[in-house]
Ligand binder design. Structure first.
Ligand SMILES: C[S@@+](CC[C@H](N)C(=O)[O-])C[C@H]1O[C@@H](n2cnc3c(N)ncnc32)[C@H](O)[C@@H]1O
Length: 433
């Protein structure tokens, strides 16, 4: 089915469209390869429709959505009970227009890295997925969109369970999944959808009905620390052996501290092991750091509606979305070959000073500041300048100096791809690529 409307939801009609958009044609003329992460037009159009943004476009609708977005931000930053953000249908529409796409896209780089090193989406025809605190269906829709964009239809059937304590959100999630499946037949088949209204603490299922993938987006941030142990136990009980759990959180300093506490509970029982962002087991080098915390900033090609709301609110999500995350698996402890010591993750942006560039890397046990002088032209470390927060990189031959490690002419600093990682991350995970 072709979408016959000529409206481009990525630029919201601010750029002329030559042709009608076809559903599968999601690489717009003005979408550059430098911003690889984007929701598909099918997804954007569904969201636009769900939040009342239909032709003819109207300023008052946009003003209402923007006001709602501000209100939601105030609720979260003002420490008010977050339930208030979802009780009002108008605020739910604003969430769908703005926060939903901003959160859904955060799943993409996490799944992409996971897929490169340990396929979770190709492990069998039927993937059982659980979304905790699903909200209006954010991560389920993100997962469907990722699978569609990566041609996973043939390989995959999804059996979806999602839970949220807000009944309105549960209805929105159900509608979104239905609308997505109807509008995007290239997406993997959804063979079952169970949307449960209730508290995640009460989620009771036997381990036999375990899940291949458990996700929780911006939920841990809302859980008080005294509930971490119970939720962690529940996740462990519900995860299949070798299953994967993905936790995404807002990426603020405060939410990171909370996430670390949760991580401690989740990993405490020894049967769950971290896969990302940490590449080595250990206690987080940033746990007591007063001015730094582990987070990503994802550059993306946002929907036009997000841009327009940013214009009205002064928010900046169109420039990038922040998040902290963890990916863990249940199973035997992965082997840790010594080559793993070469593998690091970039945890800052490139800091450019006169005559040099610096950045931080971390492997989960140790954080290091690296420096590369501008006069170093070695191809082996050319990736230094173009590294981004979240990249995994192999580093060898960095010389310790006073307070930093120097990437000299003989050092290697290379962005990792699966092929470039024999014996490192792929071996950690006990899986051939
Ligand atoms: C910030 S929203 C995130 C929604 C969605 N996962 C996302 O990333 O956009 C947090 C959601 O968690 C739900 N929630 C919070 N605590 C919960 C609990 N104890 N049990 C079930 N749902 C909960 C809220 O109702 C809300 O929908």
């Amino acid at each position: 089915m072709a979408i016959t409307s000529c409206v481009c939801y990525r630029c919201a009609g601010t750029q002329p469209q030559k042709t009608a958009l076809h559903r599968t044609d999601f690489r717009h003329d003005h979408m550059t390869p430098a911003t690889p992460y984007a929701l598909s037009p099918a997804f954007e159009q569904i969201l636009a429709r769900q939040c009342g943004w239909v032709e003819p476009f109207s300023g008052p609708v946009l003003a209402r959505l923007a006001a709602g977005v501000k209100k939601i931000a105030d609720i979260y930053t003002g420490g008010r009970e977050p339930c208030a953000a979802f009780a009002d249908p108008a605020l739910r529409a604003s969430y769908a227009a703005y926060y939903l796409p901003c959160n859904a896209v955060k799943l993409f780089p996490v799944l992409r890295e996971l897929e490169r090193c340990r396929s979770v989406l190709g492990r069998g025809p039927r993937l059982r997925v659980l979304d905790l605190g699903c909200g209006p269906g954010t991560l389920i829709a993100g997962l469907l969109d990722f699978c569609m964009q990566h041609g996973k239809k043939a390989a995959l059937e999804l059996d979806i369970t999602a839970i949220d304590r807000d009944g309105g959100n549960c209805s929105s999630a159900r509608e979104l999944i239905q609308a997505y499946c109807a509008a995007a037949p290239e997406a993997p088949a959804v063979t079952a959808v169970h949307i449960l209204t209730g508290d995640v603490h009460r989620l009771a299922m036997s381990a036999e009905s375990g899940f291949d993938l458990i996700m929780a987006g911006n939920l841990v941030n809302e859980l008080s620390a005294d509930r971490h142990a119970a939720i962690s136990r529940r996740i462990r009980a519900l995860l299949k052996p070798d299953g994967i759990v993905i936790i995404l959180d807002p990426g603020t300093h405060q939410s990171f501290k909370n996430l670390l506490q949760f991580r401690q509970e989740l990993l405490g029982a020894q049967e769950i092991h971290l896969l990302a962002p940490c590449l080595q087991p250990g206690s987080c080098p940033l746990q007591h750091c007063p001015d730094a915390w582990c987070h990503e900033k994802l550059c993306w090609s946002p929907p036009g509606l997000v841009r327009l709301i940013d214009e009205r609110t002064g928010f900046t999500k169109h420039k990038g979305v922040k998040f902290s995350y963890l990916v863990a698996t249940r199973g035997a402890s992965p082997a840790r070959p010594c080559e793993g010591d070469k593998l690091w993750r970039v945890v800052s942006y490139v800091i450019r000073n006169k005559g040099e560039e610096r950045l931080y890397v971390c492997n989960g046990r140790e954080r290091r500041l690296l420096r590369r002088l501008a006069r170093i032209t070695s191809a082996a470390s050319a990736d230094f300048s173009v590294s981004e927060r979240g990249d995994s990189v192999t580093v060898t031959g960095a010389e310790p100096r006073n307070g930093f490690f120097d990437i000299g002419p003989d050092a290697v600093f290379r962005k990792s791809s699966c092929q470039a990682l024999p014996g490192t991350l792929a071996a950690h995970l006990n899986q051939p690529c």
